[in-house]
Design a binder for this molecule. Structure first.
Ligand SMILES: Cc1cc2nc3c(=O)[nH]c(=O)nc-3n(C[C@H](O)[C@H](O)[C@H](O)COP(=O)(O)OP(=O)(O)OC[C@H]3O[C@@H](n4cnc5c(N)ncnc54)[C@H](O)[C@@H]3O)c2cc1C
Length: 252
């Protein structure tokens, strides 16, 4: 609607996806350890309850979206459809290696979130396809999301970060929002950290390691100056957010 109001788009047909009940549901499969969230499920359904228990980082991200009114209507399908690098659900989907489930009248396909997001407000959805749902793994280990904006609430991210500890696979994943043309997955820092932390031990992260971790995360970000902030501040912000999340993960 924003794009139509600004005359950036003049669609000939508009479909009310909100009226499709199947898009507003979720399923939990404990056998495959996966949660599938319908593209139209509003954020408010993720803030508490079963989804929040299994995917706490998604719940945290959902709680930061807009206002109660926006969370009652906005959905992950909309976040994926817009594919803004500042979309709050997207770093969580990236850090958890989610799958996007797409469907058109005669076929369906499953696309890795990393292949779905291709650039600033660009995704690999084909004409005629709708986003039906996204599937996320249930991971054992701490996970969290943090965001910086120009005020505390009702704010689009200036920088954001999701950190997921996957104890079963001995991995920590980190994804950043609003600091690149699309979500930035910090694979170099993840590989470096895997050589430094034994996920089975409960030892605290040494201050020197924490400092280097944030510095490396900042180096992997690709921010720009724009009307919301500067590249320099964004780099600083992701270093601070990622150190904060790793400290919280380590305290568990
Ligand atoms: C006041 C305000 C505050 C906001 N604050 C935030 C914020 O803090 N964080 C944040 O991330 N976003 C924010 N937003 C943006 C927006 O609300 C969210 O991105 C939300 O996720 C959009 O979801 P929606 O269901 O309303 O999608 P819509 O706005 O209806 O759709 C967005 C785009 O996605 C497409 N789309 C939607 N569903 C599908 C589907 N199933 N298949 C294919 N394409 C689809 C639409 O065609 C459209 O191009 C804010 C918006 C407003 C107006």
């Amino acid at each position: 609607m924003v794009e139509i109001n600004f005359n950036h788009r003049q669609p000939t047909d508009v479909i009310a996806l909100r009226l499709i009940d199947e898009l507003r549901t979720f399923q939990i499969d404990q056998d495959s350890k996966q949660v599938t969230i319908g593209a139209g499920l509003p954020y408010q359904s993720m803030e508490h309850g079963e989804i929040a228990n299994l995917l706490p980082a998604l719940a945290q991200a959902a709680r930061t979206v807009g206002s109660p009114q926006i969370r009652a209507t906005g959905s992950i399908g909309g976040n994926l459809g817009t594919c803004s690098p500042a979309g709050d659900a997207l770093p969580v989907l990236s850090a958890l290696n989610a799958t996007v489930n797409l469907q058109k009248s005669d076929s369906a396909r499953f696309v890795s979130i990393h292949d779905f997001m291709v650039g600033v407000k660009r995704n690999s959805r084909q004409p005629g396809e709708i986003i039906v749902s996204t599937t996320l793994p249930i991971v054992s280990g701490w996970q969290g999301y943090a965001k910086v904006g120009v005020r505390n609430a009702m704010v689009i991210s200036v920088a954001s970060c999701c950190l997921v500890v996957d104890r079963a696979n001995g991995a920590i994943s980190v994804a950043l929002g609003a600091v690149g043309p699309t979500i930035v997955r910090c694979r170099e820092t993840e590989a470096w950290l895997a050589t430094k932390i034994d996920l089975k031990s409960k030892s605290t992260v040494a201050p020197k390691l924490l400092q280097e971790f944030g510095d490396r995360i900042a180096k992997e970000s690709k921010p720009i100056d724009d009307h919301r902030s500067t590249a320099a501040y964004r780099r600083h912000a992701v270093a601070v957010l990622s150190r904060r999340l790793l400290t919280r993960a380590n305290a568990q």
